[in-house]
Design a protein around this ligand. Sequence first.
Ligand code: WT7
Length: 655
Amino acid sequence: MEAETHGKTGVVNDEVINEVHPPVGVSSLDYKALYERSLADSDGFWSEQARSLLTWFSDFQNVQQGSFETGDIAWFTAGKLNACYNAVDRHIPARANQVAIIHEADEPGQSTKITYAELLAKVCRVANAMKEMGVRKGDFVTLYMPMVPEAAIAMLACARIGAPHSVVFAGFSADALRDRILNASCKFVMTADEGKRGGKTIPLKRIVDAACSGCPCVKTVFVFKNTCADVPFAATRDVWMSELLPNMRPYCPCEAMDSEDTLFILYTSGSTGQPKGLAHTTAGYLLHTALTTKHVFDLKEGDVYACVADVGWITGHSYIVYGPLINGTTSLMFESTPLYPDHGRYWDLVQTHKVNQFYTAPTAIRALMRFGPEITEKYDLSSLRVLGTVGEPINPEAWRWYNEHVGKGKCSIVDTWWQTETGGHLMTPLPGITPMKPGSCCFPFFGVEPVVLDPKDGHELTGNDVEGVLAMKRAWPSIARTVYGDHERYLSVYMNPYKGYYFTGDGCRRDKDGYYWITGRVDDVLNVSGHRIGTAEVESALVAHASVSEAAVVGFPEPVKGQGLCCYVTLTAKAVESGDLVAELRMQVRQHIGAFATPDVIVISPGLPKTRSGKIMRRILRKVAEGESDSLGDVSTLADPSVVEVLIAKVADVM
Ligand code: WT7
């Protein structure tokens, strides 16, 4: 397979920022000893954690079984538990009146709070409403929700009755939503009239209607009132939650789920084909998210924890909903953007709610850095102890800005490396334990055994100061168990490239001190503002346009987004190049995927560089988009080398 590293991190720095950071909240864990034990006595380690962090209806038999080769991984077999019970019910005796969820609405100053007792009642009513309308254990429910508490409530209600949720980020288009509903043959969809984000309105119900018009499988659409706008309503299919809920009993029994029952599926992009629905199961996922949230964010009694991601992504599933709530913490949901109404919004949020842990993405920090640090001085950020980052490598400049201006040099920065597929953090520093290096995700979490492989022959590169592709040598509890409906794809993408290992798709360096540095994806997956986008999906959106005959999409370094999308498009004989056509092509991608995948640059190309056997040379297209056309390498194998000169000129024109 092609495994050259083409992600750009600009990371060359490997200085240790300090020995142990911060002086506050220092954990008493002995990382090294516990890590060694987690590998040497893996069953002992994980069974102890499972029994102490989770509440079981009945105990499990076997801690772990299966292998990467066969893809039959299972944890805590024969155990019975319920995710919602663990996240909500069991906290009632001690925390009924403690705030479970703080909702910071799109408009500042409009936050609401929900206690654990209120959360239980709300979840139960939604669960009963779903049951009333025929949702049964094992039915998949698609959630297309704004960032309001009802999104978390709906997820927990699904978990309570054993109906796996399939959350689709509300920035996806109707076409993308339709594909995801169809893929899991969902009979039930849950949404709201409208969403709000950064002062803009998102017509969720209308998008759901458009998606469902192509989904004969959908029987019921549950609709929450959010903005209370007038929206279309199909009497035979749609139900208003506001009418159902008042009549529902505020208690609903929990289904006893098997450890290996599917808790949810979540779609993510790969290098080929349609998005895949990664399936996460119950016990292992809950345990890993609970344990990582506890240690990586150094949770203490009374903390207010804020992860400003969207529940539509894995970060929201694991680190807004399940991980924090299982730990009985107070989890903040943020409906807005870092720039609304101004670039002080995050810091206003921290000051208002006295946030202790703050978790965001490098792209947001870079966007804020452009305005300068002055605004951070206007707010009281002294409650902060741990600052997290996720989604892409953090460049040392952004790391330092976060450390200095937000953390005031006193907080731990946890650069958490993980993936939709891993369910929870696999590599990260631990607060008060790991001496940090800006830009490095540092060391593996307990029970995680990373290896750096030589991409040429797959052999393990041992020792330090090595670079290759990142793989995992053993399973961890929250590894995705399959690609929904396509186990072959699960095997071929993750398990077959390097036999006996889980392949991450990332390039990686282990430095002289054993620290891990992610160098970016080695496959045709791009990371735009922390959103994962498959180049193949953008290409298929483009070629679906009548004027396009061929398209090739590559990434290029973009200062705020990390990567931008550069789309090379060749037109059909009849089509004419124009500004309008380029605008239409942009719209085409937004319609097929969503606004977050809008191309940054469209290059109408007379031809694409191909080998004589017809394979598009992406390496060359990347170099041209990156403005590195003087280091194209060997172009002599191209069928028509002259096409490259034309592309260089065209790109220089549009960039
Ligand atoms: C890909 C996974 C994990 C939740 C959000 C993204 C990149 C993620 C880091 C990090 C360097 C990172 C990797 C990975 N990535 N976190 N801390 N440092 N790279 O989840 O959409 O499944 O994307 O994001 O390339 O493979 P995802």
